[in-house]
Design a protein around this ligand. Structure first.
Ligand code: ADP
Ligand code: MG
Length: 257
């Protein structure tokens, strides 16, 4: 057996794909630079470690299920009421260590989803297990888990397995009684054990209407969400419409209540 084949076989058995990928190039380099054998070994192991680290990040990003990738670099603070200093603080991700939540409220188009994605993306880059879901998808998953008797499993293995849960677009659909109860279970599950980032077009006084008019349940949910949290209330008009209007495509002003 050729030496390369033997190396390849060992690397496969021991799952050392970084070493397999890089050992030959590095061997040539080591020969040219007259590196010692130990230097060669150290560099090779460092490469393997780096590749594993990167792959871990890629996996976590894939598992997060972001609809698209957006970062804070493409967020224009000059045309937004969002406080840049607070956003920078949030992006240190200390809030995840402190199991705090982030509440992003505001009308349509002001960048709530953009910021939620940017936070989730930053977390994946720190290899923090993250899951991004719309409220509608989350409820579908909960209901189907409940129907098939796997609710416990879903709460433990899917919701419990991530440190950061992003729930986008809470408030667009009204929940029925069962859905409202399931939603409470999610918030309760994450309370003081993980972090939730939630976006909503509704201010808190209207949450009860979405939560099947259940006052006690709404209070319990808001209590847990707000207790340790950063609240970002975004004012202003839709970024998309603003851009269109500035470009002269729309010739009417947009009113805000
Ligand atoms: P919301 O979730 O609040 O309805 P989105 O985050 O979906 O709004 O924003 C609508 C679009 O406008 C997206 O393409 C988003 O990237 C963009 N956008 C919104 N606000 C900003 C901003 N301040 N800077 C750059 N892009 C923005
Ligand atoms: Mg949105």
């Amino acid at each position: 057996m050729l030496v390369h084949e033997r190396i390849a076989e060992y690397c496969q058995n021991f799952k050392l794909s970084g070493i397999l990928e890089h050992y030959a190039t590095l061997a040539e380099e080591a020969a040219n630079k007259q590196l010692s054998y130990t230097d060669y070994l150290v560099r090779l192991l460092e490469y393997e470690a780096r590749r594993r680290h990167e792959r871990g990040r890629e996996t976590i990003l894939r598992m997060a299920g972001l609809p698209v990738i957006k970062t804070i670099d493409t967020f224009d603070f000059t045309s937004s009421s969002v406080d840049r200093a607070l956003m920078n603080e949030i992006l240190t991700l200390r809030f995840i260590d402190e199991t705090k939540n982030i509440l992003l409220l505001g009308p349509s188009g002001v960048g709530k989803t953009h910021l939620a994605i940017a936070i989730a993306y930053a977390a994946t880059q720190q290899r923090i297990k993250t899951r991004f879901l719309t409220a509608a998808d989350l409820l579908l998953q909960l209901e189907s888990a409940k129907r098939s008797g796997r609710l416990e499993y879903y709460l433990k293995r899917v919701i419990g397995a991530v440190r950061l849960l992003v729930i986008d677009e809470f408030g667009y659909i009204k929940l029925n009684e069962e859905q409202a109860n399931l939603f409470f279970q999610i918030v309760n599950k994450k309370y003081e054990t993980g972090s939730i980032v939630i976006t909503s077009n509704l201010s808190f006084i209207h949450w009860k209407e979405v939560l099947h008019d259940n006052e006690a349940l709404t209070a319990a949910i808001l209590d847990r969400l707000i207790h340790h949290s950063h609240l970002i209330n975004i004012q202003g008009e839709s970024y998309r419409l603003k851009q269109k209007r500035e470009a002269g495509v729309l010739d009417f002003p947009i009113r805000h209540s």
